[in-house]
Design a protein around this ligand. Sequence first.
Ligand code: NAD
Length: 478
Amino acid sequence: MQNFDNLINGEWRAAASYSPNVNPSNLGDVLGQYAQGDAAQVDAAVAAATAAFPAWSTGGIQARSEALEKIGNEILARKEELGTLLAREEGKTKAEGIGEATRAAQIFKFFAGECLRLSGEVLPSVRPGIGIEITREPVGVVGLITPWNFPIAIPAWKIAPALAFGNCVVMKPADLVPGCAWALAEIISRSGIPAGVFNLVMGRGSVIGDALVNHPGIHAISFTGSVGVGRNIAVQCATNHKKVQLEMGGKNPQVVLDDADLNQAVELSVQSAFYSTGQRCTASSRLIVTEGIYPKFIEAMKARMAKIKVGDALAQGTDIGPVSSKSQLEQDLEYVAIGKGEGATLAAGGERLKLETDGYYMSPALFSESAASMRINKEEIFGPVASVIRVKNYEEALATANDTEFGLSAGIATTSLKHATHFKRHSQAGMVMVNLPTAGVDYHVPFGGRKGSSYGPREQGRYAQEFFTVVKTAYTLA
Ligand code: NAD
């Protein structure tokens, strides 16, 4: 079985230990043994990045742009292979995996252009005879820490802007899914980017992640993951004077009004609650439905859910793959039990499934008659578990949608322009969808949330420069 090493200063370096990367659709299938790095490897990676920074940050933007374009082109050319790897290690369906690989490629190609467009401002001084230039410069050496649910797209949307704007990188992927990050690092290592500019250190969050966050040579941390880990990182970064950007959990509402197109509302609710096994930070887990359409909506959801095929992520015809890990499956099933215990009605699914291959399968779960105050409507479950909350009217729907500590994505299904417009203005989420699933976003526009979901500047699109650059104001006496 192949050992996959860490990439430090342009070399593949062995680690003291390795851990197996297991296919959640088929526990007997091991993709390989992946390095479990240590603090010494983090030191070496930060030293390499620090040494590479002066030349990379001041070197030509043409070379940067060409390298990013090359990385994007190779991912695109290999999207089938990389999408299959993603499905095999994370459990998304192959089609979803290929879609995510394509998106990673598009992100690199977008930032290949963005690094040529980094602009500043020229302003007159309030003091005569003086000119002012406002420019953006790279931050320095950045630590990137990513979760397991988007193993290629999230690394891509942090690495591409970091490199585009002249930073050097130490990347730490989720230990559950190092395969896609390793494949991406291998592509980057052949892109013409100098040794040390990009480094990959795989291993445990409590070891590698913690070492990065507390390393004096790291100037900024971009983290995506759970709220608990994110909050601690924010405190540590504040103490150590590091720039920090956090993307964390969600409890996204999908409002369905009486005047909605029923079929459309059901389709987008099923898509955003259950596809990708509900393991998207933008998944809608609270379906807030007005009372006129509520009975029809529940029946139509049950009928649509009966047609969902749960299966091996790589098999033809699978709609929803397995849950990604044993602990996540246990958490999902525990929340099904919690929901029942709280008095919600389990209208469909919520069972552990035994299929041909031994994997972490469960049927998507839908609760009806749930109350907004229940734990299943307050806490992020991060699995194929959604609950329906009945409300009287639009006003109650909006108040319920906003009644959460999170604020990532929010959706409304309605044919009313008045309600759609009001919802766009008054939803307390960073992203709002009208007659679209809460999950599924473009790669060239800002991504991020409010309240407990996000902290710091937005990711992606033109807005990514806010985090990956620092502003300088220069005064010149003419
Ligand atoms: P997690 O917080 O357990 O892990 C995220 C990353 O942090 C991993 O690489 C992990 O190894 C690392 N880590 C763990 N402990 C650490 C520590 N002490 N110091 C530094 N790093 C540490 O999250 P997860 O289970 O991998 O991902 C699921 C979570 O991610 C969910 O809450 C989900 O909503 C969130 N998520 C958010 C977004 C978003 O953009 N808002 C996108 C995807 C996932």
